[in-house]
Design a protein around this ligand. Structure first.
Ligand code: URA
Length: 204
């Protein structure tokens, strides 16, 4: 079964090929590969960590609670959600089964390394001006394991030479859902501020 994206493929062809990926062991307990969604000519790509429980069942990225928060924040930042391409660093849900519950587990470097060819292939087709990395897993996947979102969030960084893309890391929307109620509004406002920086970067 394929573990590498076919060269020169369209997004639809990549999606079909990724459905059979056996590049790491996460495919087996997961329901399905959750590939990216959005326009092939999007100027902004958002990259999350991995599909969650809801995404795993529905086969689309960011359609669960974190996705709802993301859509609201995009709206507040003046970014049309239908104009962005949304994907994940890892395309299968990693979880631990506890009774009837499936508990999210952060993917490790072996999973991001196995999956990054698919993310790079998506970026090579879409060729966005800006890639927004949502959380540490996405940021470390494209910017290296030493990258710290806490130190460098909201900064516009150069993408790989020749890509024409800039990169910006911010927090993962799930982190806002986990923030204690007394500081959640502040965390949400900081996330929206980063997304406004991202929107402004598209016109600068
Ligand atoms: N969290 C992610 O990082 N991606 C999703 O698609 C859903 C939740």
């Amino acid at each position: 079964m394929s573990a590498e994206p076919p060269a020169g493929a369209s997004l639809d062809e990549l999606r079909t090929a990724a459905a059979d990926c056996r590049g790491c062991q996460l495919w087996e307990p997961a329901t399905q590969t959750v590939f990216g969604r959005g326009p092939a000519d999007a100027v902004m790509v958002l990259v999350g960590e991995q599909p969650g429980d809801v995404e795993d069942q529905r086969g689309a990225p960011f359609v669960g609670p974190a996705g709802r928060l993301l859509v609201g924040a995009l709206e507040e930042a003046g970014i049309d959600k239908t104009s962005v391409y949304v994907t994940n660093a890892v395309k299968h849900f990693r979880f631990e089964q506890r009774g009837t519950r499936r508990i999210h587990q952060t993917p490790d470097v072996s999973h991001t390394a196995a999956c990054v060819p698919w993310l790079r292939a998506e970026l090579a087709v879409v060729r966005p001006s800006l890639v927004v990395l949502l959380g540490a897993t996405a940021a470390k996947t494209l910017l290296g394991q030493d990258f710290r979102v806490t130190r460098q969030r909201g900064q516009l960084l150069d993408g790989p030479p020749g890509s024409g893309a800039r990169l910006m890391a911010t927090v993962h929307p799930s982190s806002i859902l986990r923030t204690p109620p007394e500081s959640r509004d502040e965390a949400h406002a900081a996330f929206v501020a980063d997304l406004r920086t991202a929107r402004a970067a598209l016109t600068s």
